[in-house]
Design a protein around this ligand. Structure first.
Ligand SMILES: [Fe+2]
Length: 229
């Protein structure tokens, strides 16, 4: 993706999030220069990969397949192994009208996906086959705000604002917004986007960036290159 396109999406996303009264944490406002200058005190942000995240899954058509995310908090895998400590994570995301986040599952992460406002959030569901691949036939059951709902393979769950679903590891899902853009909350166990997204098709989790202007904000995927110590 071109950096200029990323910068535009960042500004649009800030305004969209603000329109729902959701206030991002202070580090959302850090410029790349701020982050470089304060590198020694922001290890907690860099290491947990908190902050801005925009992806077109390397496919080059953000409007059709893409997602905006901001990681607000995130624990670490070591704590998860120990079974105590910061075992949780939170994101705020935006799925645009008819913009697909492609079919994937997680090995470790259990996640609640919450429609925080806007249009309807559609989530297509599949169970895992014994080898972990998409099961084309088996039904799948998911908790939705405390109530179990059962879907045929490939069934579509529609979440209205306020509604949520719990997706356990192994449940395949893709999602898109219907009618209008949707502000999505994610509350989950520890999040590792470098290792814990298994896609049905061979695609990338992060985009290659083509630098055509200065970054307005750094993306989490910029941290290794821009904030190397
Ligand atoms: Fe997911």
């Amino acid at each position: 993706m071109k950096r200029s396109k990323i910068n535009t999406i960042l500004r649009e996303s800030e305004a969209f999030i603000r329109s729902f009264g959701y206030v991002l944490p202070p580090f959302a406002d850090f410029t790349p220069a701020d982050m470089k200058a304060r590198r020694s005190e922001i290890g907690g942000i860099v290491d947990a990969r908190l902050g801005w995240d925009i992806t077109d899954y390397g496919l080059g058509d953000f409007e059709r397949e893409g997602l905006f995310l901001f990681t607000v908090r995130n624990g670490n895998a070591a704590a998860l192994k120990e079974g105590r400590g910061m075992l949780y994570a939170e994101k705020i995301m935006i799925s645009r009208h008819d913009q697909i986040s492609p079919m994937h599952r997680h090995d470790v992460k259990a996640e609640d996906i919450i429609n925080r406002g806007g249009g309807s959030l559609c989530i297509k569901l599949h169970a895992s086959a014994p080898d972990g691949s998409v099961d084309p036939k088996a039904p799948v059951s998911v908790p939705t705000d405390g109530i179990i709902r059962r879907f045929d393979a490939g069934g579509v769950l529609r979440l209205s604002p306020g509604e949520s679903v719990t997706l356990m590891p192994g449940v395949w899902h893709n999602f898109w917004a219907e009618d209008a853009d949707v502000l999505i909350g994610e509350v989950s166990t520890v999040n590792d986007d470098l290792t814990d997204n298994i896609f049905a098709e061979p695609i990338a989790r992060f985009s290659e960036v083509e630098e055509d202007e200065e970054p307005y904000r750094l993306l989490v995927s910029d941290y290794p290159d821009w904030l190397a110590e």
